[in-house]
Design a protein around this ligand. Structure first.
Ligand SMILES: Cc1cc2nc3c(=O)[nH]c(=O)nc-3n(C[C@H](O)[C@H](O)[C@H](O)COP(=O)(O)OP(=O)(O)OC[C@H]3O[C@@H](n4cnc5c(N)ncnc54)[C@H](O)[C@@H]3O)c2cc1C
Length: 213
């Protein structure tokens, strides 16, 4: 898994400027405290549109099963991904070394860790599939099969790369849904790192605090 924040447009101040246009005012006419208070008010009262003006762009590398969950957040986000029809990207896989049991309380989720022996066996099964998939993919290419068809035999833990460009509000929604305990851990890890890198810029400290992130 790789997360790289590529570009940022806007900051907390932009959100205040956008909101204050209602009164033909700009953020610079107010104190820092007044602007922070406004952001808290907007978030609390679900006035979400000012938070949709700042934009963030990430390069994400993750397994296909994580990508499928990330791209479910549609509104306010644009996506472009590597094409397995053009390039051979059959080499990178996200392999698991700590396997979790099926949850007993949730049909979708996972629960406690697998015991040590079964954990080793699960890893061997996984590594066999990945090794065989790599060999089989190459064999198909050697037969003259197109990349667009050869890729169809590859497993879901194959890594893909995408550019995620979306609004701050879309990231907030993504975090609210995918940082919860019922979200898949591997997806949570990607979204947590996206949030960490945005926090590190210190550009949206008040907005993220206002949404309890
Ligand atoms: C823990 C978890 C488990 C999930 N399990 C599954 C699953 O098993 N299968 C599955 O397919 N998905 C699953 N999802 C995805 C989920 O159903 C949502 O598609 C995803 O979380 C995106 O949420 P969203 O609708 O808020 O985002 P967006 O699609 O970005 O939409 C944002 C908001 O815009 C509005 N909107 C969007 N599209 C429309 C529309 N066409 N018409 C009217 N209003 C619209 C809605 O108010 C929506 O909340 C799961 C999500 C989570 C967090």
């Amino acid at each position: 898994m790789k997360v790289e924040l590529l570009d940022v447009f806007g900051d907390d101040n932009m959100i205040c400027n956008v909101a204050r246009v209602s009164y033909r005012k700009i953020a610079a006419m107010y104190t820092l405290e007044e602007n922070e208070k406004l952001i808290l008010f907007l978030a609390k009262n679900n006035h979400w549109s000012p938070f949709a003006h700042p934009k963030l762009q990430f390069r994400l590398e993750m397994p296909i099963y994580v990508e499928r969950q990330i791209i479910k957040t549609v509104v306010g986000v644009d996506y472009n991904s590597v094409s397995g029809r053009y390039v051979d990207f059959s080499d990178g896989y996200t392999t698991i070394y700590a396997w979790r049991k099926q949850s007993t309380s949730s049909k979708q989720g996972s629960g406690e860790d697998l015991d040590e022996t079964n954990n080793i066996i699960a890893t061997i099964i996984q590594d066999d599939v990945v090794d065989n998939a790599k060999i089989a993919y190459q064999k198909l290419l050697d037969l003259g099969v197109s990349k667009e068809q050869a890729r169809t035999i590859l497993p879901l833990n194959l890594n893909t790369t995408m550019i995620w460009t979306g609004s701050l509000y879309a990231l907030i929604r993504l975090c609210k849904q995918r940082l919860k305990s019922d979200a898949q851990k591997e997806t949570r890890d990607v979204v947590q790192e996206m949030l960490r890198q945005v926090k590190e810029t210190n550009l949206f400290t008040t907005s993220l605090t206002a949404y309890n992130l």
